[in-house]
Design a protein around this ligand. Structure first.
Ligand code: TPP
Length: 609
């Protein structure tokens, strides 16, 4: 069938099991072919093809509400709800989002991008459904990795005693991005290999629906007598599973049982992440979770890394690697992003010095704060995921003036993941908290200088920001120790000043140098505290001064300078160039910069007129 012709999932009701299986294979080929061109979350989607088909066969979307946790595995749902034709634009500027999006379709009732919100979301839907006397089903599809988070557990705790009828489909592939971690994972492993799974598999024989339901109930009762209740039973759910997540027939049977129950249900579905494409199915590390465009034959990325360029994450993890060689008391705490944060090699070399806590950002900060009593702690975490841990930064870390170094990765505009992942709020939500410093290098040498500062020259916690961009490894600069808040100045005999930090400083310096523009430049290595000596020089110059930042303009470095002027009764013609008070959609960094006039040409036009 032509997937591009699909308008809505109704047609699935008329397909035979054979046709459903054929459709599953067509969808797999479509996903591989398209994601090879656009990039995207390949492995997670290949794992839920049959599951998504079965859900849409049994339930009636959009009346029934299907919420995919994170939403990164909702591509099949998009295909079945009439969006296959837009896949060429997946994750591109003004194109199809990589997650569920309400403005895209009436079949998307909830939006995410961060994990572990789906069960909480359907909790809200369930209460309003019940109180408004409506008849429909709320289904949350949640991965085993996302189940680890406190937010998922808070929702399970609520729903289990609520008298509501949510259906939670636990998509258990034994993986988060990398190998899943923790005791819950062990528990699921045990359940996955239990006899009950064999029962589900054996049940391929034709059973009338009534007998089938009876058989399941009987098995559950026996399980209860044997005192073999699962954690979900204990939490107040009726648990069914494990179910073979690639057996459409078994899935449909169990989903129908779930649909007809008026109780909270957990369906434990076992899937293979990356199923049906050799490279992703055999992936042991998680490199196929989210991919850049690749060659379908070889599995190799289409664009190779430029020579001498590497990611900021690698620069930072390399420093920590060197530090670990000398420091017995170093611990790296990672909330589920070992690969993305550049710590795979570190984990191989120093397994005892690194702890992956799973998708538990709030826990990671509280835990690190307590560890800091005896250890030097480095906590790499993406800017947008750190949002989850705001209270732990205030309440547990800085209020007690404990010291860790937080590596804020993916700071600034991140591109294809869009509004849920933009790293544009961390300065705003950190800078007003006492006892934490915020720094950002603009090249590899500064990264080492600033990390040395963070570990050796301050007693407070430090957040070091770095972006998703690639940078030059061998930028030849002399290492100069930094032992206090420092801004670097570049006097170009200009009639105007520009203050920037991080990659924005680097690109503007390059542009200004190449075009020999008369703009004095300042590299604000410290966003908080600021270098007040250089700042006073800037005020004394009385030249119009621009501050450039690719974060929200509200409460960035620019507004700190305005506060400094106000506190010290100083006057300066200061203008802030940054992002407006709105969520920033997906698109390449260049496209987003252009849209918000943050590209080099627009900035210079603004400054020089
Ligand atoms: C709060 C938060 N932290 C980290 C991530 C990054 N992330 C996206 S998907 C994912 C793994 C999810 O694993 P699982 O729920 O098992 O889904 P799977 O992809 O294996 O189907 C992670 C860590 C995120 N989206 N949100």
């Amino acid at each position: 069938m032509n997937l591009l012709d699909i308008k809505d999932p109704q047609f699935l009701k008329d397909l035979s099991f054979k046709e459903l299986n054929e459709l599953a294979e067509e969808i797999r080929s479509f996903l591989i072919e398209n994601i090879a061109k656009t990039g995207g979350h390949l492995a997670s989607n290949l794992g839920v093809v049959e599951l998504t088909l079965a859900i849409h066969r049994v339930f009636n979307s959009p009346v029934d509400r299907i919420v995919f946790d994170v939403g990164h595995q909702s591509y099949i749902h998009k295909i079945l709800t009439g969006r296959a034709k837009d896949f060429k634009t997946l994750r591109k500027f003004e194109g199809l989002s990589g997650y569920q999006k309400r403005k895209e379709s009436v079949h998307d009732h909830w939006e995410a991008g961060h994990s572990s919100t789906a069960i909480a979301a359907i909790s809200g839907f369930e209460v309003s459904r019940k109180e408004n006397g409506e008849v429909y089903k709320n289904i949350a599809v949640v991965g085993d990795g996302s189940l680890n988070s406190g937010l998922s557990f808070e929702a399970l705790n609520f729903l289990g005693h609520s008298g509501l009828q949510p259906i939670i489909v636990l998509n258990d592939n034994d993986r988060s991005i990398s190998k899943n971690v923790g005791r819950l994972n062990k528990l699921l492993n045990k359940m996955r290999s239990s006899k009950f799974y064999a029962f589900a598999k054996k049940s391929k024989r034709k059973w009338p629906k009534f007998f089938y339901g009876l058989k399941v109930r009987l098995a559950n009762t026996i399980r209860g007598f044997a005192n073999n209740f699962t954690i979900f039973d204990e939490l107040g759910f009726s648990y069914y599973g494990p179910i073979d997540g690639h057996d459409i027939k078994a899935l449909i049977k169990f989903l129908e049982i779930a649909k007809n129950k008026n109780k909270p249900i957990v369906l434990h579905v076992v899937t293979t992440k990356g199923k049906g494409y050799e490279h992703s199915e055999n992936d042991q590390f998680g490199t196929w979770h989210g991919v850049k465009p690749f060659d379908v034959e070889t599995g190799k990325p289409i664009t190779q890394n430029k020579e001498n360029m590497t990611s900021w994450s690698n620069i930072i993890s390399n420093y920590i690697f060197q530090r670990a060689k000398l420091n017995e008391q170093l611990k790296v705490i990672v909330p589920a992003m070992i690969i993305g944060s550049g710590f795979s090699e570190f984990q191989e070399k120093y397994p005892e010095k690194i702890i992956d806590v799973g998708i538990c950002e709030a826990f990671s900060v509280c835990f690190s704060a307590a560890l800091s009593e005896k250890y030097d702690v480095f906590l790499p975490i993406y800017s947008s995921f750190l949002q989850r841990a705001y209270d732990q930064i205030v309440h547990d870390l800085t209020r007690q003036d404990l010291k860790i170094v937080i590596g804020i990765d993916r700071a600034g505009i991140v591109g294809a993941d869009g509004d849920t992942h933009q790293g544009i709020y961390d300065i705003a939500f950190l800078k007003h908290i006492p006892n934490i410093e915020i720094i950002q290098p603009s090249n590899a040498v500064e990264a080492w200088q600033l990390l040395d500062y963070a570990f050796n020259h301050t007693n407070h916690s430090v957040a070091i920001r770095y972006s998703k961009n690639k940078i030059n490894v061998y930028q030849m600069e002399k290492y100069k120790p930094i032992d206090k808040p420092t801004w670097l100045s570049y006097d170009h005999h200009g009639f105007v000043n520009l203050i920037a930090y991080g990659d924005n400083f680097t690109r503007m310096k390059k542009y200004i140098d190449n075009n020999q523009l008369k703009i004095n430049l300042y590299n604000a290595l410290f966003i908080k505290p600021m270098d007040e000596t250089v700042l006073k020089d800037i005020v004394n110059s009385q030249l119009t001064t621009y501050v450039l930042e690719d974060v929200t303009k509200i409460s960035g470095l620019g507004s700190s300078i305005l506060e400094f002027l106000s506190d010290n009764d100083l006057k300066l013609d200061l203008k802030i160039i940054g992002l407006p008070d709105e969520f920033i959609d997906h698109g390449s960094q260049e496209e987003i910069y252009k849209k918000y006039h943050l590209d080099e040409e627009s900035i210079i036009k603004k400054i020089l007129g």
